[in-house]
Design a protein around this ligand. Structure first.
Ligand code: UDP
Ligand code: MG
Length: 315
């Protein structure tokens, strides 16, 4: 494998406190990568509408180090938009190897050497996954595990439980990722969708040292739902199957009611059973309509062709 440039993309949302520690660690790690990396390790930091001093910190870093570049959004557009902007800028700076890493050092940069070793073996992607979810609320872990069970069963792409957005990729992989035009970007799915051989590197979960996670339980649940809608149409198929089953049951019931009425007359009774059926079916119809609506809303936001983010400042 030829040596090449390395550009590390870091999405940052209120990471003022994490950045000094990140660069301290990276300064220790960078020399260990010299066998694979040509020149200085470059950085693209994406300020995703931070409300603390992150942007000032990025300006300062850029002034001090020529290898640090940044993109600053006009508001918070979410981590996915940050990743897309960072990858795009990394490719503009000149193709080479591109790594994606969180700002909070939950992704140990020391793993980069192992990742390069994997690329040397011929892999296009080396990605890290957590073997434990220690330090995470148990309820969150449980739901996360169920999410992976479900998504892997109902979508064609394979998503690895515990996988983080910490990975090293070849330029052709990044080009493939950027070629996907969709606006609702579920990176875990997109990474898997583009294919290429991926080497998985396990590591123990590390808790965030500074600041706090930008994800609440609710935002994670929405994210999971986005992932399912973006990479599977099975929910739509399930509603159709359910509808069909209800029709069949109703048909049998219809025959039963007709025959009974013909043989035994029509005693006016059965209000409770009627109410049960109406309420149950009404609920099922609304539920089904809601799922259809979710897909429709995604189609709507895709056809609007809005850009993924608005850049306020870039250097
Ligand atoms: N992040 C971002 N925009 C957001 C939320 C998060 O760019 O709206 C960044 C954040 O700065 C961090 C990474 O995404 O570098 C992961 O976020 P966080 O640590 O909050 O998530 P967790 O590690 O808890 O999954
Ligand atoms: Mg984190």
């Amino acid at each position: 494998m030829e040596r090449g440039k390395l550009c590390i993309v870091v999405p940052c949302h209120n990471e003022e406190q994490s950045l000094p520690a990140l660069f301290e660690r990276m300064d220790l790690v960078a020399p260990t990568l010299s066998g694979w990396v040509e020149g200085a390790v470059e950085f693209v930091l994406v300020d995703d509408g931070s409300t603390d001093g992150t942007l000032d910190a990025l300006r300062r870093l850029h002034a001090e180090r020529p290898s640090v570049h940044y993109v600053s959004f006009s508001r918070n557009f979410g981590k996915e938009a940050g990743l897309a902007a960072g990858l795009r800028k990394a490719m503009e700076l000149g193709p080479g190897f591109v790594a994606v890493m969180d700002a909070d050092l939950q992704d140990p940069p020391e793993l980069l050497a192992q990742m390069f070793a994997k690329l040397e073996e011929g892999f296009d992607v080396a990605a890290a996954y957590r073997t434990t979810r220690a330090g995470e609320p148990p309820v969150r872990s449980w739901f996360a595990e169920r999410f992976y069970d479900v998504i892997n069963r109902i979508s064609d792409v394979e998503m690895k439980s515990g996988a983080r957005d910490f990975r090293l990729m070849t330029a052709r992989t990044v080009r493939a990722i950027l070629s996907l035009p969709e606006t609702s970007r579920f990176s875990k799915g997109i990474f898997s969708w583009v294919g290429f051989e991926t080497a998985w590197i396990p590591y123990e979960n590390i808790e965030r040292e500074h600041g706090s996670s930008s994800w609440s339980f609710f935002s994670l649940a929405r994210y999971a739902l986005d992932g399912i809608i973006a990479f599977s149409t099975v929910p739509l198929e399930l509603i159709s199957i359910f509808g069909l089953l209800v029709c069949l049951v109703a048909l049998v019931f219809l025959v039963f009611v007709l025959v009974r009425a013909l043989l035994f007359g029509d005693p006016v009774a059965g209000w409770p059973s009627l109410m049960c059926v109406i309420l149950l079916l009404g609920g099922a119809i609304l539920f089904g309509l809601g799922i259809v609506g979710l897909y429709l809303s995604k189609v709507y936001s895709e056809v609007k062709r809005r850009p993924l983010y608005v850049v306020a400042e870039e250097a």
